[in-house]
Design a protein. Structure first.
Ligand SMILES: Nc1ncnc2c1ncn2[C@@H]1O[C@H](COP(=O)(O)OP(=O)(O)OP(=O)(O)O)[C@@H](O)[C@H]1O
Ligand SMILES: [Mg+2]
Length: 366
């Protein structure tokens, strides 16, 4: 027997990855689906009754959105706009969108259905995939090199100790001590390059708990020279994660921010701003990580108002050995990204002068 499933159309529209906006004959919004909520960072409750022009119009746009929407309403002729710019939380986002008229029956007023596709998301997915692939290759390379460095170190150390003993002359001790301490330094470096050998142990973690731990560590370290602002969404669900590894990720990113702040004191004097670190937590709808689209993820932003990441390393900042600091190994972010990948998550970074944000994404399925 052929049994057709009963379709819940609202659920269907809410499951689309295309953002859908329904607008009445006064151009007021009366429905938007989950993807549209995520795109405009606005809830259905807040958007209901709001003019669609508030979302679709941007200053300096020569295209007359109001006239075009009205025309489609009255004449029924659909249109598509390519590479339109919409503004969400002061950020410009490029989208393609199509507007069509729907008239359910002769006696009811027509309404508009607007379907939006962000262009950046497609570009970003390809960029992220490339980045993850390249990252895996370099990570293997680094581990291989670290192994090769580490192997002879035990032998060199042992032989030097024997040499020191057999020379039996204090004046040579200085040289053998140098060899031993440099060997020890290399061993620590090689261990860092190899990364943790412990398998992650996943437990339910409320991410505010490790975040608070990192906040107090950073606040002790900076001795109140850096203001730390907390902007938490306390309704976030727990996620399965390795708590200690999460602390390491948050710490690596926060320490970088603190270093960027403390090593550039003149920047804050010139700008007349207070060195500030923001810890922000949010739910993020529709995130693509390593080609997998997750409906929701926990997002942790660690933001500083320092001078920003130098432009020449901005694209490669997560690669191992990329550093601009005299004493840096350039491994902090690479290790952090690796841990996030093990958690099926990722770190993203946006940086301009005065605002650098590292966003940690950890998928969470309802
Ligand atoms: N918040 C930030 N502001 C400015 N620059 C940053 C920030 N975070 C990272 N960077 C830059 O990215 C580089 C790489 O960071 P990463 O943590 O991987 O290595 P590192 O800090 O140099 O060394 P390590 O962490 O191994 O001690 C840093 O040297 C710094 O130039
Ligand atoms: Mg670092």
């Amino acid at each position: 027997m052929n049994c057709t499933p009963v379709i819940d159309y609202r659920l269907l529209v809410d499951s689309l990855t295309t953002a859908v906006l329904l607008v009445d004959d006064n151009l007021n919004i009366f429905y938007l689906n989950s993807s549209c909520e995520a795109l405009f960072d606005i809830s259905l409750l807040r958007a209901s009754g709001m003019s669609a022009l508030q979302l679709l119009e941007t200053p300096n746009d020569i295209f007359n959105t109001k006239d075009a929407l009205k025309k489609t309403l009255s004449q029924g002729q659909a249109y598509t706009r390519r590479e339109a710019i919409i503004n969400v939380n002061f950020n410009d986002i490029h989208v393609d969108y199509s507007v069509s008229q729907v008239q359910p029956s002769k006696n009811t007023e027509p309404f508009l259905i607007i379907e939006l596709t962000p262009i950046e998301r497609m570009l970003k997915i390809t960029k992220d995939e490339n980045l993850i692939q390249q990252h895996q290759v370099t990570r293997q390379l680094i581990r291989g090199v670290a192994h090769e460095i580490k192997n002879p170190l035990g032998g060199i150390r042992g032989a030097t100790q024997l040499l020191a003993r057999s020379l039996n002359d204090k004046k040579y001790n200085e040289f053998t001590d140098i060899i031993i301490s440099e060997v020890d330094r290399l061993r620590v470096l090689a261990d860092t390059m190899l990364g943790s050998r412990q398998l992650p142990s996943y437990v339910d973690v409320n991410i505010h708990e490790p975040l608070e731990r990192v906040r107090s560590l950073v606040s002790n370290q900076t001795k109140k020279k850096v203001k730390i602002v907390r902007d938490y969404d306390l309704s976030l669900p727990s996620i399965k994660a390795d708590r200690d590894q999460l602390i390491q990720v948050m710490l690596n990113v926060s320490i970088n921010a603190v270093q960027a702040i403390l090593e550039n004191k003149n920047f804050f004097q010139d700008q007349e701003t207070t060195p500030t670190l923001i810890f922000r937590t949010r739910i993020q709808r529709l995130v693509t990580i390593n080609s997998v689209l997750h409906r929701s993820a926990v997002r942790i932003d660690i933001e500083d108002n320092g001078p920003g990441i130098p432009e020449d390393i901005l694209e490669s900042v997560f690669y191992p050995l990329v550093t601009k600091r005299a004493n840096g190994t350039g491994l902090g972010l690479s290790i952090a990204q690796n841990i996030m990948h093990q958690h099926n998550g990722m770190i993203d970074c946006q940086s301009t002068v005065g605002k650098t944000t590292f966003s940690l994404y950890l998928p969470w399925e309802s």
